[in-house]
Design a protein around this ligand. Structure first.
Ligand code: SAM
Length: 383
């Protein structure tokens, strides 16, 4: 395998050179490395570092982290090298494991990092890890049961199968997540909430709960960081944050219905047309604003390639209202036959009319609010 040296953060890593015939696509290399995921990794380093600072240190116990699907190992190598956490770098590919070991030796971090050559599901069923990180090709669904069993404190998950999650590949999404998504204007938020709903249900099998610290949809992927706690009662309470969205395709009115055992109105309470129903999905919070601020502060000090871009996105996450689901101004204006205004102007008008309103990291033309569609339309029409 041909390799080259790259540097992400403070860590130099050997990564494969993709083969020419396949347009140098990362997936064409014998071991996967995607430079486009650098921001995902930069945020991982900062988020894990912040999370670790919040754990009471126990001199008797070592905090363990597993990069369950490592490929070149770049994510776990950076964590071991840049924040010193004890890391297991696992991949079932022999080529990947050889490269990981080479990288551990070159960085001289054998006291903190260990290569593991197993099926991720076997490893996660064998051992508990304080922090479990899943960064698969496409869907994390085949690994969620084992990750839910293994994880003790923090679960971080990437999903790159946005088409199934967001309803563009409906049947595939239903098969993988046992939920029905909508492929409409807020499909990106739908994807995040469908994934979180599935993870919450997997955790509840083990009497575990999750509290989302940060969840974002960026380009072609979704990423979430979840604080994990144990307790059957807590798990029962958490399931109240799962439910359904009733959306009226005629007037655009939507309603969040919390709980798995509640009656759902078939018809829209605004215009009486028939609702569409999505779910089960996560209706709880997506972020902890304080955690987002701490990651921003960490990134400001950290040497990393995508720092400023990551900070901008995190500021949107921190400041957005945690109300499902966002509204797209362009779609509303199209329906009303109006041209769109500056998004900040729309938000100010909503606030001036007594409603909560904010921008959202999901889309530059969209906003979140507690106003109903009829109020939103009135306010936009008067701008
Ligand atoms: N986390 C890496 C990064 O940040 O560059 C990328 C990981 S890559 C998308 C997914 C990796 O998972 C591949 O290297 C593949 O060999 C590995 N893999 C897929 N299924 C696996 C399984 N069941 N057990 C262990 N490794 C697996």
């Amino acid at each position: 395998m041909k390799v080259r040296t790259i540097k992400e953060g403070d860590t130099e890593v050997l990564v494969p050179v993709p083969e020419e015939g396949a347009n140098f696509a990362p997936s064409a290399a014998p071991v996967f490395y995607n430079p486009a995921m650098e921001m995902n990794r930069d945020i991982s380093i900062a988020a894990t570092s912040v999370f670790l600072k919040g754990i009471e240190p126990d001199p008797e116990k070592v905090i363990t982290y597993v990069d369950a699907l490592s490929a070149s190992g770049i994510r776990g190598l950076r964590l071991a090298n840049e924040i010193g956490v004890h890391t297991t770098l696992n991949d079932w590919s022999e080529d990947a494991c050889e490269l990981i070991q080479q990288n551990i030796d070159r960085l001289d971090i054998g006291d903190k990092a260990v290569a593991s050559h197993k099926n991720a599901n076997v490893l996660l069923h064998e051992k508990h890890f304080n922090i479990v990180d899943l960064d698969p090709f496409g869907t994390p669904a085949p690994f969620l049961a084992a990750a839910a069993r293994s994880v003790v404190n923090l679960l971080a998950v990437t999903a790159t199968d946005t088409a199934p999650l967001c309803g563009a590949h409906l049947n595939s999404g239903i098969r993988k997540y046992a939920a029905i998504p909508f492929n409409n204007e807020y499909h990106s938020e739908m994807g995040v909430r469908i994934l979180l709903g599935k993870i919450a249900r997997e955790l509840s099998l083990h009497d575990k709960t999750m509290r989302p610290l940060l969840s974002h949809a960026t380009r072609h992927y979704v990423r979430t960081y979840l604080e994990i706690k144990k307790g059957a009662k807590r798990a029962d309470q958490m399931l109240n944050d799962i439910g359904f969205i009733a959306h009226c395709p005629s007037c655009g009115h939507r309603e969040a219905i919390n709980g798995l055992a509640v009656p759902i109105e078939k018809n829209c309470s605004n215009c009486s047309e028939e609702n569409m129903i999505a779910g089960p999905l996560w209706l709880g919070k997506l972020h902890d604003p304080e955690f987002c601020s701490d990651i921003i502060a960490d990134l400001e000090e950290r040497n990393c390639g995508t720092g400023q871009k990551a900070i901008k996105m995190l500021e949107f996450c921190r400041d957005e209202l945690d109300i499902p689901m966002f509204y797209d101004q362009h779609l509303i204006c199209k329906k009303l036959g109006l041209s769109a205004s500056e998004i900040d102007r729309v938000i100010q008008e909503l606030r001036d009319n007594g409603f909560l309103a904010s921008r959202t990291h999901f889309s530059g033309t969209s906003f979140k609010t507690d106003a109903k569609i009829t109020d939103i339309e009135k306010i936009i029409s008067n701008i």
